[in-house]
Ligand binder design. Structure first.
Ligand SMILES: Cc1cc2nc3c(=O)[nH]c(=O)nc-3n(C[C@H](O)[C@H](O)[C@H](O)COP(=O)(O)OP(=O)(O)OC[C@H]3O[C@@H](n4cnc5c(N)ncnc54)[C@H](O)[C@@H]3O)c2cc1C
Length: 420
């Protein structure tokens, strides 16, 4: 079989690249190791989109996704104007539909096991799933696996450094929450309204609130968390991060952007032992946090854990060395480039499990990322997209959000269309 472009990884970035190439007539194969598309947005239960710049470029895939999701009321615009509050289960269905629309061939439960290399050129690859092993030829390859799994197989150079990791989260959902009761109570409880917001969309109440053990804010939920530690319901480390969002078309359900997996040393998500231990420890923490919610938060009296993410929440791991390494200085200076794939103003957002070590640094100007940060330095026909692009640790911490992954991948698709 022969293709114009083979993409490994069907997350936000892989889907956007595939759609934009397919809709423009390229023969595209999208290889996904899970049984559904979306990566962290679906399997990791990562919702909503973080809000990006109004001047964002390459937004056609994101817009098409939202338009389709709207047909099922599975996406809403929140009170701050963020139109990316979405339902992760409907997203799986919509992403399948969009790949069909663009005539993208998708293979689930499949990975690339080997490649034939000729100097700096990838000639062909072998795909494997439980059902088949097959040799595939393509003109171009994109590694959108998040962890550069394909690039690792063909011995590319990477730029990630030892100990440069963000905290891992394992997200979950609780259902049977009385959202109206919770919203009314938290609005009174968080009386300076620093982190709590509530709004009504399509006759549904939507809301968000948060808490951390960092001392940069007067967190309203602080006394309750401390009390729960004293009562033996929570461990002290469970206080390190708590953030919740309602989910469109999932009434009575709340998505948790926690727990952060707590360990004394930094966890390497590429080490299988540490990865496994993180999942187990995350699930233990989810049980404690859910008990905390039921006992201490109004509206959660009859709530239960309805879903635990399939994918561990890895914010950053292996990053491919590209023709250009996008840097924190590029972000801070607002440097412009000849071939930008992304324009954003999303802050530098580093999650740490240590007290007061997390960073959420606003940027003064919009910044751009160049397509060269998505072109492999090692192979002439290899590209990357999404959270594993060629960006230093702090730059990656700004460009890893879902809308940016979609935009940069769309920009890369345009670049490949121009090449061929
Ligand atoms: C805990 C957490 C919270 C976050 N919160 C937000 C938020 O609120 N809003 C926001 O906008 N962003 C958020 N982000 C960031 C955002 O979710 C991710 O950075 C973004 O979704 C990454 O998209 P991606 O396509 O690069 O990678 P991924 O979503 O990781 O997709 C990679 C895909 O590749 C597949 N894959 C992996 N290896 C292989 C292989 N060998 N062969 C085939 N397929 C493979 C995976 O199964 C997956 O489907 C969060 C991230 C985390 C971890």
């Amino acid at each position: 079989m022969s293709y114009d472009v083979v993409i490994a990884g069907g997350g936000a970035a892989g889907c956007s690249a595939a759609y934009n190439l397919g809709i423009n007539g390229k023969k595209v194969l999208l290889i996904e190791k899970n049984n559904y598309l979306g990566g962290l947005m679906t399997g990791g239960l990562v919702t909503p989109f973080m809000k990006s710049s109004d001047n964002q470029i390459n937004t056609s895939f994101g817009s098409r996704f939202k338009t389709e999701m709207k047909k099922y009321n599975a996406v809403i615009t929140y009170e701050d104007g963020n139109d990316g509050w979405f339902n992760p289960e409907y997203a799986k269905i919509v992403l399948d539909k969009l790949m069909n629309e663009a005539s993208v061939e998708v293979r689930f439960d499949t990975v690339i096991t080997s490649a034939n290399i000729d100097n700096n050129y990838i000639r062909d690859i072998t795909l494997s799933s439980k059902m088949l092993s097959e040799r595939i030829k393509s003109r171009y390859y994109i590694d959108a696996t998040g962890n550069c799994d394909f690039a690792k197989k063909i011995n590319c150079e990477f730029i990630n450094k030892k100990d440069e990791f963000q905290s891992l989260n394992l997200r979950f959902i609780m259902s049977n929450v009385d959202i109206e009761k919770f919203a009314k109570w938290i609005l009174e409880f968080d009386n300076d309204r620093d982190v709590t917001t509530v709004c009504c969309v399509n006759d549904e109440i939507h809301m968000s609130t948060a808490y951390t053990w960092d001392t940069n804010k007067k967190w309203a939920l602080d006394p309750l968390f401390k009390q729960a530690v004293d009562d033996g319901i929570l461990k002290n480390e469970d206080r390190n991060y708590f953030q919740v969002f309602t989910i469109p078309k999932m009434p009575g359900s709340i998505a948790f952007n926690c727990p952060r997996i707590y360990t004394k040393n930094v966890i390497d998500p590429l080490n299988n032992l540490e990865y496994t231990a993180s999942l187990k420890s995350g699930r233990e923490s989810i049980l404690r946090l859910s008990n905390f919610c039921v006992k201490y938060l109004k509206g959660f009296e009859n709530a239960y854990i309805s879903s635990i993410a399939d994918m561990l929440g890895i914010r950053v791991s292996r990053r491919l060395k590209g023709k250009y390494i996008f840097t924190i200085d590029n972000i801070k200076s607002g440097r412009t480039f000849e071939h930008p794939v992304l324009i954003s103003n999303y802050p530098i957002d580093v999650h740490s499990v240590k007290n007061n070590q997390s960073v959420l640094e606003k940027v003064n100007k919009e910044y751009q990322m160049p397509v060269e940060a998505m072109i492999s330095a090692d192979y002439d026909n290899l590209f990357t997209a999404g959270r594993c692009v060629s960006a230093d640790f702090y730059a990656q911490a700004a460009i890893r959000i879902i809308p940016s992954c979609m935009s940069m991948a769309e920009g890369l698709a345009k670049y490949i269309l121009e090449l061929s």
